[in-house]
Design a protein around this ligand. Structure first.
Ligand SMILES: [Fe+2]
Length: 168
């Protein structure tokens, strides 16, 4: 496998990573973060502590959802449409999670922020489960290996750290 930025002249550059595998890998990290946030919720004793605890997660999840929508959902639109069906449901849930994260950010007291956080964890886990068990499987049925791989290469390109990797 070649990573972007590590190709030498004459070498075929690309990645064997399928977009569905890349997104599943990101989900695995978010599951860990959700577990960690959930564990820490009872002990967070001020509104700002709770908001700070969730801020990095919110930033990373927004990036993940945006990339998922741009790369995978857009590629599935010709197969599933946008007005109803799985993509409409997944996009609606992305908005729901964004709204809950916004509610946490703008909450005026600790108890309501904690309640929004619990709801956000539950909704996000349910959403991930649907993507992992239904949508990503459908994607592997409706998109060819080449399409999934090309989208995986685009994912790798967009995830390349801004500092650049100078790997041997
Ligand atoms: Fe999603």
């Amino acid at each position: 496998m070649n990573f972007p930025g590590t190709c030498t002249p004459g070498q075929v550059c690309g990645t064997d990573m399928l977009i569905t595998d890349a997104l599943l890998g990101e989900h695995a990290v978010f599951h860990l973060m959700l577990g960690s946030i959930e564990q820490s919720l009872p002990a967070l004793d001020s509104l700002s502590n709770l908001q700070n605890r969730i801020a990095a997660f919110a930033f990373a999840l927004e990036s993940h959802a945006g990339l998922e929508d741009e790369l995978l959902f857009n590629a599935l639109e010709p197969h599933f449409g946008t007005q109803s069906g799985p993509l409409a449901v997944m996009r609606m849930e992305h908005d729901q999670i964004t709204d809950l994260l916004g509610n946490i950010h703008s909450a005026s007291d600790l108890d309501s922020a904690r309640a929004f956080a619990k709801q956000m964890i539950q909704v996000t886990r349910g959403h991930f489960q649907k993507e992992e068990q239904i949508l990503f499987r459908m994607a592997r049925q409706f998109l060819s290996e080449e399409e999934l791989s090309a989208l995986g290469a685009e994912w790798a390109k967009q995830r390349t750290p801004l500092v650049g990797l100078d790997m041997p």
